[in-house]
Design a binder for this molecule. Structure first.
Ligand code: SAH
Ligand code: SF4
Ligand code: F3S
Length: 504
């Protein structure tokens, strides 16, 4: 790789940095304006996101800058003049999808030589990926990683000024640059980064290597951002971090995640609070107590278990046992009987036997998850698990996976059925994709309900009767607010009776 392609912009302090980037935005706008004159129309940009909520939020920042410098957004790559892929590398299939689609982008660029193609995100933090793109995908114009996304405007200017591929990857950063533009996907809800990176090093996981060490944002900045969002029409926020339960530990004035939640709760006009993701080892009694007494925190907890066998949990470096996890769930369900618990599970971790998978299935039966994301283990180069010798043969993985999936689906269906006929509050999110006379709302427990639109607006909170359960969603109708509050109380009381404790 030629050295002159490799940029390494140095950093200034965070405030100077945002002023600097704003200047680069003005400069980039000249190039976009010139392109606009050449094309006889405003150029279009397409931001395609792979991976988790953290990447989705980063994409809103990318789009914020692109629209600020004069691009119009489009969701169709084929009509765009600038395409950027914000990539994920947590499992190999995410990488393969990117390579597959790059072939398509190449064919687009042949037809439209002014098309600019950029790649960023977690996958770009891997050296082997950069080498592969350098060798086989030379048509890519700009590559950067997760640590310097705040330099996007500056990198765009460099891209416009050069014909060759621009690569800028940082290994780390301690910077958190505020005050850059963001273009939100939804007017009524928003993700908020409360921390970046991860220190946990679960042995299968690449995230700590591509997102760096854990850094928490200043609580004042978080509150200020949410206040601004609320003033702009947001009623629901999702606080984002790889392990929100360790939020605030590395701040100059340490604060706990539960304390942050209490401050967020005070924000007038904010109606709902969600957060992702909770590591079971760090979930405190204080958090359970704050959730229990909150009127805004949604009744949903995503609590990844990953495996049920103690031997596998230990090899995964999860730092809890099956017993400890189940006790934690019991504590949570006792405090909040109506809470929905969801999880992530990996099948096929090195050395995992079908007996081990039975332990995982046992956890699913005991916890009664409202939903579970099940993944087949994917070997990630550079992680400790990739070097383990006892990788599991594919047919064994498949057998365990299919068995687990069936139990997961059966229990989720049973849980969903419990709410049929109940009245619950829903945030109206969008017009139904299949039938535009229906609206789709999200319940506090994260399930979806479809109901006739009437004169209801998107972004409103309404009471909905969950008339029919269809396994993983409901159809229903909106009910009168006053009447529904009494119904809601009855519904909750009934629901509490259906919960069986203890779970062990
Ligand atoms: N920080 C979050 C998870 C982020 S990654 C947490 O700790 O809960 C999202 C999920 O991807 C993980 O929960 C895990 O189930 C899955 N995952 C991570 N690495 C994986 C791998 N190598 N193979 C398969 N699934 C993996
Ligand atoms: Fe990965 Fe574990 Fe960190 Fe989650 S907590 S991002 S699974 S290392
Ligand atoms: Fe993927 Fe990066 Fe998120 S690897 S899961 S996009 S933190």
């Amino acid at each position: 790789m030629a050295d002159h392609n490799i940029m390494q912009y140095t950093s200034t302090n965070d405030e100077q940095e945002s002023a600097l980037q704003n200047k680069y935005m003005d400069e980039a706008a000249f190039y976009v304006d010139a392109l606009s004159k050449q094309l006889g129309r405003k150029p279009l940009c397409c931001v395609t996101t792979f991976g988790c909520q953290m990447n989705a939020r980063d994409s809103e920042k990318l789009l914020g800058i692109l629209t600020r410098i004069g691009y119009l957004p489009t969701e169709k790559e084929e009509e765009a003049d600038f395409v950027i892929y914000n990539t994920c590398t947590v499992r190999d299939n995410a990488n393969q999808r990117v390579y597959g689609r790059l072939g398509f982008l190449n064919s687009l660029k042949r037809k439209k030589p002014h098309l600019k193609i950029a790649l960023c995100g977690c996958m770009m933090q891997e050296k082997s990926v950069i080498e592969k793109i350098w060798q086989s995908y030379r048509f890519v114009d700009l590559i950067f990683g997760t640590h310097n996304i705040f330099k996007f405007a500056q990198l765009l200017v460099t891209m416009f000024e050069n014909q060759e591929m621009i690569i800028d990857i940082w290994q780390e950063t301690d910077q958190i640059v505020e005050e850059l533009p963001v273009s939100r996907k939804y007017p009524y809800k928003s993700g908020i980064n409360i921390m970046f990176g991860c220190n946990n090093f679960c042995s299968y996981c690449i995230v700590p290597y591509v997102r760096g060490r854990e850094r928490s944002r200043d609580p004042k900045e978080i509150i200020r951002e949410i206040e601004r969002l609320v003033a702009d029409g947001v009623v629901e926020v999702m606080l984002l971090g790889q392990n929100v339960n360790s939020y605030g530990k590395n701040l100059k004035e340490p604060i706990t995640f539960a304390q942050l939640l209490q401050e967020v709760e005070q924000i007038d006009g904010l109606k709902r609070i969600r957060f992702m993701t909770s590591h079971p080892k760090d979930l405190s009694d204080e958090l359970i107590d704050v959730m229990k007494h909150s009127t805004k925190i949604c009744r949903h907890l995503h609590l990844p278990v990953q495996a049920g066998s103690d031997r596998i949990l230990q090899a995964m470096n999860r730092r809890y046992t099956k017993e400890q996890y189940l006790s934690l769930v019991e504590k949570i369900k006792t405090a909040m009987p109506d809470i929905a618990i969801t999880t992530d599970i990996i099948v096929g971790f090195p050395g995992e036997t079908l007996e081990d998978v039975e332990e995982t299935i046992d956890v699913v039966r005991k916890v009664q998850y409202d939903n579970a994301f099940t993944f087949i283990y994917s070997k990630r180069t550079g992680t400790p698990a990739a070097a383990m010798e006892n990788q599991v043969p594919e047919e064994i993985v498949r057998e365990g996976f299919d068995k687990l999936l069936k139990v997961v689906q059966d229990t989720a269906r049973e849980r969903a059925a419990l709410l049929q006929g109940k009245v619950m509050e829903a945030l109206v999110e969008e017009v139904n994709e299949q039938d535009d006379s229906l609206l789709t709302g999200r319940l506090s427990n994260n399930m979806l309900v479809h109901f006739p639109a009437g004169d209801i607006q998107i972004g409103q909170l309404v009471m909905v009767s969950l008339d029919t359960c269809h396994g993983f969603y409901y159809t229903g109708h909106v009910v009168d607010k006053k009447l529904s509050e009494a119904q809601l109380r009855d519904s909750l009381r009934e629901l509490e009776k259906t919960q069986q404790f203890p779970i062990k």
